[in-house]
Design a protein around this ligand. Structure first.
Ligand SMILES: C[S@@+](CC[C@H](N)C(=O)[O-])C[C@H]1O[C@@H](n2cnc3c(N)ncnc32)[C@H](O)[C@@H]1O
Length: 780
């Protein structure tokens, strides 16, 4: 009866599609049986509603399974067969090609009962007993299923509710869906899955269920829940498939508050518009407070200092360095530089420092009467002594005291950002590395601290002779109590180059009992992008140490150090006596070493050439030879100088007029100079030798007397200025390219030197007299 076309032998993997309908007899039996079973005998008016259909199918399945379990082996087999046939009734529905598509499930399910009805055969005779039992079981199953049938409806209703808010607040919808699910607690697997009926329909129709789509949020969601036609279903995951923990709560993304970005480069970096170059720092600050209420336009701030400073000083506006010459990406960075942002006492320096404490200082300043004005100005005692005010030595509160340089620097640097640190290392075209400002600095404002290892002079000698003997640059600066800051490991300030027209100055300030070296802006302030420079002011004692200056300033001295004095005939009594003595001993005036004109100039020329040729390897041998020659000359000159100093017996005068090799104790900041020891054999004549020894004997008494006289009159003055003179000794030492340290000579202590330098004319005359006497004696 049944058309062969409707008999299917499927190899599909579907659980129920393995049923084989081999002959027509069997199939007719099956059909008869199927006619009495709900799936295949659904009346035409049966709704095609999924839930209902699902419920009915469910009932059949349950009834049949129950019957199966109560049958005898034979009857069970028959019942199983019947069951199979009953299902096969459903599978007899030949789906149209379109019906294979999952999207047409609904129509298929609607038509299926009708189609099945066509092919259902009358009920064949079966075992009565088993049939009755089967019926009973079926009834029981029906009762149970009817209860379950209402659950999908509940879920559908819930889903509909969820759908209504879908798209608005997905999170709320999810929560709602979850609540709904929990309200139908006890929901079985079948009831919780809305499309169970659908899926069974598909199966019974022999259509292989498409592989389930997987949701990213709910990986266990069944494909039916992802049906685009049923949005609500998507939000209702199968109860047992989705543990509560796996539900990801989607947090609403709130707009994040943007972090303030400081300008790090450009025309308008680090500017404030109320700066007036004519006013002092404190007055400027007061003015700034006064105009504080004015709302500043932020969209177009004025360039550096509001250009006012340029107008006042009648200077050209310069485009900041980083605008016309921004740091190239991947530019060369200094290597082998151990950064040290605080002074570190090394070795014996620690003990020295502990023993020698600096005296305390305190000021008596009173708060300025004008609101907003800053106190502790130039008349502040602490300031004049180069001491920084703090809460212990100053009666003013920190916000009214303008003498708190290091406190503000520490505060600024603690912020750690580039703007507040304010400086960066750059590669210069012709002077190695340098430092430039990343922001403006107002006049006298502290910029950076010169820090490094604090070492004793012995340690310095050792390092110079052993560790740094092949170095090109040295970073030594005198510190305190004869100690030295070695910034080989130090702060960024070590890279600051020299200029004959510097924009910064170096000063020593005692902060909370400890001296620290500050680099501050000069009187013109610093513009963003400007290279920082200060005057090294070192004394090129040896010609070998003279370096060509490449600062490019209009008033450049040509060398790193003071301008060489032109050769001139000295006037005055002492000079005359000297000349007489020199003539008497047959010493040519041209060999005078005071100004060291010939050698020094020759040396500079050589060095200048050498530095310009320094890149050429071939030139190095040449340089060495010349250097050796220079050193020989230096030694000879030093010997002559030693002889002359002794012969003149005027140690005091010569100390004040002749620039001595200094390692420390200079009254103004400058460079520490590595010196060559003057121990070479004296080549002066025997006559001169005898004259010298005679003078030495007689003059020693007079010199010491002069010292004692001077000291008593200076006592009061020294008391006040002692601290200052001992602190103002920031002299930095560095070495020209290729030169090698021979040994280092210690200069006299600061106090001794300063006292020596304060000689009055009486002493000069006395010295001159002694010289004449000495020379006359020598002649005799
Ligand atoms: C304290 S270091 C400064 C940093 C150095 N430019 C560097 O690259 O490390 C001093 C050395 O820099 C060089 N230098 C500094 N200022 C200079 C100038 N105006 N002209 C030529 N060379 C300079 C000299 O070689 C000097 O020995």
């Amino acid at each position: 009866m049944s058309p062969p076309s409707l008999l299917r032998r499927s190899s599909s993997s579907s659980t129920l599609s393995n049923i084989t309908l081999a002959d027509t007899r069997e199939s007719s039996v099956n059909m008869a049986d199927a006619s009495s079973t709900p799936p295949t005998s659904l009346p035409e008016d049966v709704s095609s509603d999924d839930s209902e259909l699902g419920a009915k199918t469910d009932r059949v399945l349950r009834g049949r399974r129950a019957a199966k379990s109560h049958l005898s082996p034979d009857s069970a087999a028959t019942a199983a067969e019947n069951e199979t046939r009953a299902f096969s009734g459903a599978t007899l529905v030949e789906p149209s090609p379109q019906e294979h598509s999952s999207s047409t499930v609904k129509s298929e399910l609607t038509e299926k009962p009708k189609a099945a009805k066509h092919y259902v055969q009358p009920d064949p005779p079966v075992l009565k007993e088993s049939k009755n039992r089967l019926r009973n079981e079926r009834d029981a199953a029906r009762r149970k299923s009817s209860r379950l049938a209402s659950i999908p409806d509940t879920v559908s209703a819930a889903a509909a509710k969820v759908t209504s808010v879908l798209g608005k607040r997905s999170r709320d919808a999810l929560e709602g869906g979850r609540e709904m699910l929990s309200s139908v607690k006890g929901l079985g697997r079948r009831a919780s899955t809305l499309s169970r009926g659908q899926s069974q329909g598909l199966v019974s129709a022999g259509i292989k269920e498409p592989p389930a789509k997987r949701s990213r949020i709910f990986p266990n969601l069944q494909s039916s829940l992802l049906d685009p036609d049923r949005k609500a279903d998507r939000l209702l995951p199968a109860k047992e498939a989705i543990p509560a923990a796996s539900i990801v709560t989607v947090k609403p993304t709130l707009p994040r508050k943007e972090k303030k970005k400081w300008l790090a480069k450009g025309l308008y970096v680090g500017q404030h518009r109320h700066f007036d170059g004519r006013l002092t720092e404190s007055k400027n600050k007061a003015k700034q407070v006064a105009v504080g209420s004015i709302t500043e336009r932020t969209h177009l701030p004025l360039p550096m200092f509001g250009h006012s400073f340029d107008r006042i000083e009648d200077r050209d506006f310069v485009i900041p360095y980083d605008v016309f010459a921004p740091l190239p990406k991947g530019q060369e960075k200094p290597t082998s530089w151990g950064k040290l942002n605080h002074n570190r006492f090394v070795g014996e320096a620690t003990d020295v420092w502990k023993k020698k404490k600096l005296p305390r200082s305190s000021c008596m300043c009173s708060p300025p009467s004008n609101e907003g004005e800053m106190g502790c100005g130039h008349d502040c005692l602490n300031r004049s002594m180069d001491y920084e005010c703090d809460e212990e030595n100053c009666p003013l509160p920190a916000d009214r005291c303008s003498n708190r340089a290091f406190a503000t620097l520490d505060e600024r640097c603690a912020k750690g950002n580039k703007y507040d640190v304010g400086v960066e290392v750059v590669k210069t075209t012709n002077r190695g590395f340098g430092v430039r400002a990343c922001r403006e600095f107002q006049p006298d404002r502290i910029i950076v601290e010169y820090t490094g290892e604090i070492i004793t002079s012995e340690e310095r000698d050792r390092r110079m002779n052993e560790e740094y003997k092949n170095n090109e640059c040295y970073y030594l600066m005198s510190f305190q109590h004869g100690m030295i800051i070695d910034a080989t490991r130090g702060s960024i300030a070590r890279f600051v180059n020299h200029s004959c027209e510097p924009n910064c100055r170096v000063e020593k300030i005692t902060f909370q009992g400890r001296p620290r070296v500050a680099m501050s802006a000069g009187p013109n302030g610093i513009k963003t992008g400007e290279e920082l420079t200060y005057d090294y002011k070192f004394d090129p004692f040896s010609a070998a140490n003279v370096q060509e200056c490449r600062c490019g300033a209009p008033s450049c001295r040509g060398v790193l150090g003071p301008k060489p004095r032109p050769k001139e005939t000295k006037k005055g009594f002492v000079a005359g006596v000297k000349r007489t003595v020199a003539k008497a001993f047959g010493m040519a005036e041209s060999e005078e070493s005071d100004g060291e004109p010939r050698e020094r100039q020759r040396g500079r020329k050589v060095l200048t050439r050498r530095r310009s040729d320094e890149a050429e390897t071939s030139g190095e041998t040449k340089q060495k030879g010349k250097k050796q020659q220079l050193e020989k000359e230096n030694d000879a000159r030093a010997a002559r100088r030693a002889a002359r100093q002794s012969s003149s017996s005027s140690a005091v005068v010569s100390a004040s007029s002749t620039p001595q090799p200094q390692l420390q104790s200079q009254s103004t900041p400058g460079l520490l100079q590595r010196t060559t020891t003057t121990t070479t054999t004296t080549t002066v004549s025997t006559r001169a030798d005898s004259a010298i020894s005679a003078v030495e004997e007689r003059s020693s008494e007079t010199v010491s007397l002069l010292h004692s006289l001077g000291s008593s009159s200076r006592a009061a003055e020294d008391k006040t200025k002692e601290k200052r003179s001992s602190l103002r000794q920031s002299t930095l030492s560095f070495q020209p390219l290729g030169s090698r340290p021979v040994s280092l000579k210690k200069s006299p202590p600061a106090r001794e030197k300063s006292s020596v330098m304060r000689k009055d004319s009486v002493k000069k005359i006395a010295g001159g007299v002694r010289k004449v006497v000495g020379s006359l004696k020598g002649k005799r």
